[in-house]
Design a protein around this ligand. Sequence first.
Ligand code: NAD
Ligand code: UDP
Length: 315
Amino acid sequence: MDMKKALVTGGAGFVGSHLCDRLLKEGKEVICIDNFFTGSKKNVLHLLDNPFFELVRHDVTMPYFVEIDEIYNLACPASPIHYQYNPIKTIKTSVMGAINMLGLAKRIDARILQASTSEVYGDPIVHPQTEDYWGNVNPWGPRSCYDEGKRSAETLFMDYHLQNNVDIKVIRIFNTYGPRMHPNDGRVVSNFIIQALKGDDITIYGDGLQTRSFQYVDDLVEGMIRMMRTGKDFTGPVNIGNPNEFTIQQLAETVIRLTKSKSKIVNLKATKDDPAKRKPDITLAKEKLNGWEPTIQLDEGLKYTIDYFKKTLNL
Ligand code: NAD
Ligand code: UDP
């Protein structure tokens, strides 16, 4: 039998590059398309000699045609600093990227997975967040280009499924961290680690009482692979995240402890529309993804990430 071929959009990014590694290990042929906005060839450099890996510079706002069996649609900047840099491009990437990839899936009868996000819940009133919660999103705030883009993409996925019987899978990813995060992308885990390693002030936006639930990247990739293997009748959306919830203050203290840093914590102005709390309910994922649950908790995952930044930034 032929090897299965997978297309990964945004495959040179943080999560996408780990997914490419894993798909190749599973014996798949992988085509990675990326416009290198926040991703980098460096993230997949170690794969370039692999004859079953192909790297293509392409922007998903333009159509792309290729014969493949499954599509993982990850192309979209994920950190607030990057997605707010060019908000129109961000929403175009989510919406036109979804249309182009769904059109491809329809045409060649491929299964397609959308990397959606916990941001579809906005600043949630329901806690922890379950998949049936519709969310609390500001449609014209600084986060809207990302949140509403991802919400529209979910709508498009469901409409292509209902109208054209496209075989879709939708996962809602909660804050994920690990090696290969972009050092300048401004997300909290990479920021705090780099600040701690350099001995700079640790910058908390606001009072630090806001919460997030942090997932190590390998747990996410395992969830993605399992989701892709579920039966056609299960489309999702399904939450993929680690339900252990921390305040941002606790995260800062943990990073300082693990790096043995002398950095001080400073409180800066809170950012607009910053969700006050976030924690996934993963009951559905456990049930539908064969008992899937995160296996790497914060201290362990942070240690791997700290080692990565120490090595790559010579700190
Ligand atoms: P990332 O920014 O590292 O990766 C995104 C990748 O998409 C990059 O390689 C970037 O160059 C590429 N890209 C952006 N716009 C593109 C376009 N128009 N055409 C082609 N490629 C384009 O971010 P990440 O953390 O790896 O996130 C991957 C996916 O997972 C994103 O869709 C993101 O929304 C989703 N997600 C991530 C998290 C998280 O915490 N990491 C949480 C929720 C959802
Ligand atoms: N944050 C912070 N200091 C930083 C970066 C982020 O206090 O240097 C806070 C941010 O305000 C938010 C949380 O950490 O409350 C998570 O931010 P991130 O950008 O990582 O992800 P998101 O807000 O998209 O969950």
